[in-house]
Design a protein around this ligand. Structure first.
Ligand SMILES: [Zn+2]
Length: 150
């Protein structure tokens, strides 16, 4: 006997997921360690010379194994958005600004948190990498940029 089907549009569907996994930074350990010290470690492809930040272990263009290269950590904002959000692995929401950045020396744009006066955090503003003020749940969250007033 067939079960009567409840139309999927009849109400909200509840789905609860819980995942737990452990991993190591692996080959990106130098990048995360540099971030926690406020330094920008990128990768350069020996084939096409593209520089990636955040780094890729393999070039996204031609899959060549890359090598480490240090950048100044300075760049400019391409676009920015601010609002209330919860960072990954955080327990509470708070006000944050995120930006798409063009880092000096990098060939790709990167996404990062920016901290500072929102009247100044605008398209074209110069920023520099700064170590996160507080411990973060994941080392990638150490990628915080502040207004570069030098
Ligand atoms: Zn390449």
């Amino acid at each position: 006997m067939a079960h009567p089907r409840k139309p999927v549009t009849a109400g909200p569907l509840t789905l609860e997921l819980q995942l737990r996994y452990a991993y190591t930074p692996g080959g990106l350990r130098p990048y995360f360690e540099a971030l926690q010290q406020g330094q920008a470690l990128a990768s350069r492809c020996p084939q096409c010379q593209r520089i990636w930040f955040p780094p890729r272990l393999l070039c996204s263009y031609d899959r060549s194994t890359t090598e480490w290269v240090r950048l100044s950590g300075r760049g400019r904002i391409i676009s920015v958005t601010c609002g209330t959000s919860r960072l990954p692995l955080a327990q509470t929401s708070s006000h944050h600004c995120f930006a798409l950045l063009a880092l000096d020396g990098a060939d790709n744009a990167s996404f990062a948190r920016v901290i500072g006066d929102e009247r100044v955090l605008q398209k074209g503003a110069r920023v520099r990498l700064s170590a996160a003020a507080a411990a973060t749940p994941h080392p990638a969250q150490s990628a915080c940029f502040v207004v570069d007033d030098k």
